[in-house]
Design a protein around this ligand. Structure first.
Ligand code: C2E
Ligand code: CA
Ligand code: CA
Length: 568
């Protein structure tokens, strides 16, 4: 730094630039455009920055786009100073931003930030302030239902505010637009940069949404990375205005502690009429999902087509309940074959809906709706009872495999339900295999492990389904009481032709065997795949090569001991 002293009394003291270099401060000057021209001090490193990284960059580079910093830049331009404290990644900063003046003309500004984390006095004061703030926040939370992280109204408060706005709009005969904003891939930001940065990003986005919104708009945090903006005015125009301001709020990169984060959002719009808060939110949410489906980072508006979809989903849910009462569900069974002996090892139970008009409906057409509405828990209990009842009539030790969904795995009664199905049917617990997908496990890994251990105590076997399609659960594999891995069809597909698939299956098989786990290959359709699986030492196979899933009255030939010779 080019600051030297010619005063002889200072000769024994360390040079000023050495002091600046070691003081826990960050000193930076910026020009009227808010571009840094100078940066010094140990504070730079504390904030995760370097001099070179800062000079030539914008004023928000140091503390991100905090409202105080943006506001101070404006203040400096008109010759005013600002003083505030803020927390960044665990450090308390005391920040002063003052104009740099020459002959009364503002040339730029000076930012002096001091790390006051260690200062006892300040810490005590801060703690006292934090206590006061926490108490105030708590009061606010109770009274006004404010979201603690962003200071925005939370979901409950939003619902109240939205209903009030909707009532007013109906009375006044004006429009109302609800925008549902869901940040894309926010989990990636959290996972790669850490939750502290993730939180800062949410704060910046919240601030920007508040800044770009009209003062009369309601901006709320709906859930973790979901925001809702409610604005007044004629629907059509309003939708354009909202779209523009939301796009403006999300477009610029968010700069935090030397990171540059690009955030995009999927946005769903819905307008009044209707004038009911729950319906408006549901419509905007549905439009947001369409934005996600159509590739994210875009805006979709709720329309007739979505309305029809929502209606179908509702109908489907009602119909599903009736289906159970009317006994319209049936189980089909698909053989699992021992690749070493060619003998039948067991069957996987796969549900179908015998619909009076639509015929046999495949599970993927109704399981997502059943899952979403929670009906899957009831339906799953039926599957467990039915599968155990039928399997009890098969020759031992043939097993029956039953699929469990995410919701079932999170259900407090799951252990009791399985125990009940075993008790009523009299099926030996060792002959029941419960299949849980890798993604279901990851979705609620913590609670799932608890229930899986309890289930395991009943004596059943556990299988990880669709292995390889989730986010590697190899770490969990060690912690979970797993007996079987079912290698997903997508890897079995290229066996014997695609070297990559072959290598993946080979490593899964050897890894499973290393921890005492058996492997089943799913979706085996060709002799070539079969040969490759035998060569790789895979234990079991399942697929059209042996049999499609068949109804129970077609099981007899499969259960016949001569079955094994048929397949080899
Ligand atoms: P999954 O558990 O992976 O079941 C295997 C699926 O692959 C079955 O489809 C089966 O018919 C199909 N499959 C078997 N072999 C072959 C083959 O060689 N080639 C091809 N292309 N496909 C093959 P399905 O019966 O349509 O079931 C689809 C999914 O629905 C199941 O996938 C499972 O996730 C779910 N599901 C089925 N029944 C139930 C149930 O009772 N409860 C729950 N929670 N989910 C179920
Ligand atoms: Ca399965
Ligand atoms: Ca599977």
């Amino acid at each position: 730094m080019a600051v030297t002293s010619t005063d002889p009394t200072f000769t024994s003291a360390p040079p000023l630039d050495a002091v600046v270099d070691h003081a826990p401060i960050l000193l930076a000057a910026f020009d009227l455009d808010g571009i840094y021209t100078l940066a010094e001090g140990r504070g730079l490193a504390l904030a995760g920055l370097t001099r070179d990284a800062l000079i030539g960059r914008g004023v928000t580079e140091v503390f991100g786009e905090r409202i105080q910093v943006l506001e101070a830049l404006d203040a400096v331009r008109s010759g005013a100073s600002r003083h505030f404290t803020l927390d960044l990644l665990g450090i308390h900063w005391d920040v002063r931003i003052t104009p740099l003046l020459t002959a009364g003309v503002v040339l730029g500004g000076l930012l002096v930030a001091t790390d006051i984390t260690e200062s006892i006095h300040v810490r005590h004061a801060l703690e006292a302030e934090i206590r006061v703030r926490q108490r105030r926040e708590l009061e606010l939370l109770q009274l006004a239902s404010i979201d603690g992280l962003t200071g925005l109204p939370n979901r409950d408060e939003l619902t109240r505010l939205l209903q009030r706005s909707a009532d007013n709009a109906r009375d006044a005969g004006t429009g109302l637009t609800v925008a549902f904003v869901d940040l894309d891939n926010f989990k990636v930001i959290n996972d790669s940069l850490g939750h502290a940065i993730g939180d800062e990003v949410l704060q910046v986005i919240a601030d920007r949404l508040r800044l770009t919104a009209h003062p009369d708009d309601v901006v709320a945090r709906f859930a973790s990375d979901e925001f809702v903006v409610v604005s007044h005015g004629p629907s059509k125009d309003q939708a354009d205005v909202v779209t523009r301001s939301l796009t403006a709020a999300l477009a610029p990169a968010v700069r935090i502690a030397g990171n540059e984060v690009f955030v995009t959002g999927s946005i769903g719009l819905a307008s009044s009429p209707p004038y009911d808060a729950a319906t408006l939110l549901r419509n905007a949410d549905a439009a947001m999902y369409r934005a996600k489906d159509r590739g994210r980072d875009r805006v979709e508006t709720f329309d007739q087509a979505l309305e029809a979809d929502a209606f179908t989903a509702l109908l489907l849910r009602t119909e599903l309940h009736h289906a159970l009462e009317r006994d319209e569900f049936v189980l089909h069974y698909q053989p699992v074959v021992d690749l070493g002996t060619g003998r039948l090892n067991g069957m996987e139970a796969l549900i179908r809906w015998n619909h009076p008009e639509r015929g046999l409906v495949p599970p993927l057409a109704f399981i997502p709706a059943a899952e979403e509405s929670g009906f899957i828990v009831e339906m799953g209990a039926w599957v467990l009872h039915e599968a155990c009842r039928q399997a009890a009539e098969w020759p031992a030790p043939l097993h029956v495999a039953v699929n469990l969904s995410v919701r079932q795995l999170a259900d407090d009664d799951i252990v009791a339900t399985v125990a009940h199905a075993l008790a009523i049917s009299g099926l030996d617990p060792g002959r029941l295999v419960l299949e849980v997908t890798e993604s279901a496990l990851m979705a609620n890994a913590e609670s799932a492990v608890g229930y899986l251990i309890d289930l395991k105590h009943l004596g059943v076997q556990l299988a990880i389904d669709d292995f390889g399609t989730g986010y590697s659960s190899l770490v969990y594999l060690k912690r979970m009481p797993v007996d079987i891995i079912k290698i997903d069809r997508s890897f079995v597909d290229g066996l014997g032709t695609d070297p990559e698939d072959t290598a993946i299956v080979e490593s899964v098989v050897s890894l499973a065997h290393a921890v005492g786990v058996k492997t089943v290959a799913e979706g085996v359709e060709t002799q070539r795949q079969f040969d490759a699986l035998c060569a790789l030492g895979c234990d079991f196979g399942q697929g059209y090569l042996w049999s499609r899933p068949v109804p129970d009255d077609a099981l007899a030939p499969l259960l016949d001991p001569s079955f094994s010779t048929e397949v080899r």
